[in-house]
Structure formats: C-alpha cells, structure tokens
Design a protein around this ligand. Sequence first.
Ligand SMILES: [Zn+2]
Length: 169
Amino acid sequence: MSSEGLCRVCGLHFDRSIMTRHLGVCLTRRPLERGRRQKTFWLFVEAARQASCWLYLESPLVVRLSLLGRFLRDLWPEEEMKGTFVIAGRRYEDPVAEDTVVGESTSRADALLGAILTTGLRFTYVCKASGALLWRLTVVGQQERAWKGRQMQVLAHSLSVSPSGRRFS
Ligand SMILES: [Zn+2]
C-alpha cells in the first residue's frame, strides 16, 4: 500500500516518512499570505482504521474545536456521524446536541484550539454513538505568520484522501 502523499504547497509527491521534514522546508518558501499576523497550529491527522489515510492541516489558534470536527466529518461524508474529541482525558462533544450533558469531564466543542492544544499533544476523535476511534491527531508545531481570518488549510494529504480544495472557515 502506497504511503505517498501530495504536498499542496508545492504540488509535489513525497513519502509519508519524510513529509513532516519536507513541509518544514517547503513552508518557509511559500508565498506570504495577506492578513494580520497570528499564531497557527500545524496538525497531523490520521484515520484510525486506515493508516494510509492521513493529512496535515494548518489552523489558527482562534479556530473553535467544533470547526475542526466539521472538517473531520466532511472528509468522509458518507459517515456523517457525531463525534467526540478526547483531549488530555477530557471529552468535548461535537456537534453540541440537546442530549449532551456537560459535566465534570465533558465540555462543549466550542473551545478555541489555542486554549486546549499545545505543541506535541496527541488527541483523538471518537464516534459518539459507538465509541469507535475514528481519527488520531497530533499537534506537530506552532508558528506565527500572516493569515486570513479564521480559516483552516490542508497542507498535504495522502493520495487515498482527497479533501476538497476549499478552505474551511
Ligand atoms: Zn512542498
């Protein structure tokens, strides 16, 4: 099974094993965005049931967790299922449903990424109904640069996943 992926910054293909290193170099060469300077996270996202399905995502710290959840659901639209983020032992329900009981170990997924994520942190997204592990996520790094508003952007992805070209905001 191919572990090759597409870097959407330069348009070239690279193996998954060197994509992190490649992006580190490639991102310093990309044209500057317009907009106010702000901090962004660089996330690695991997499908739990399909290791060949992975992508890198960049997102401002001011984006809400619920937007990240929407992004993950849109990746596999045929599996339109509600999910829950599990971050450092705490559950963040997404999307917020009427039956969600927000208690001691549960929060709504409306927190800002910058308030709950840190570089190096690993977390998961599980199916709310079955508890099945859907996605594994890692905060690879953080940077500060010019960025347009509250948008997420796919930096690179495996060839088995084809996220739409649009940005999520
Ligand atoms: Zn590149």
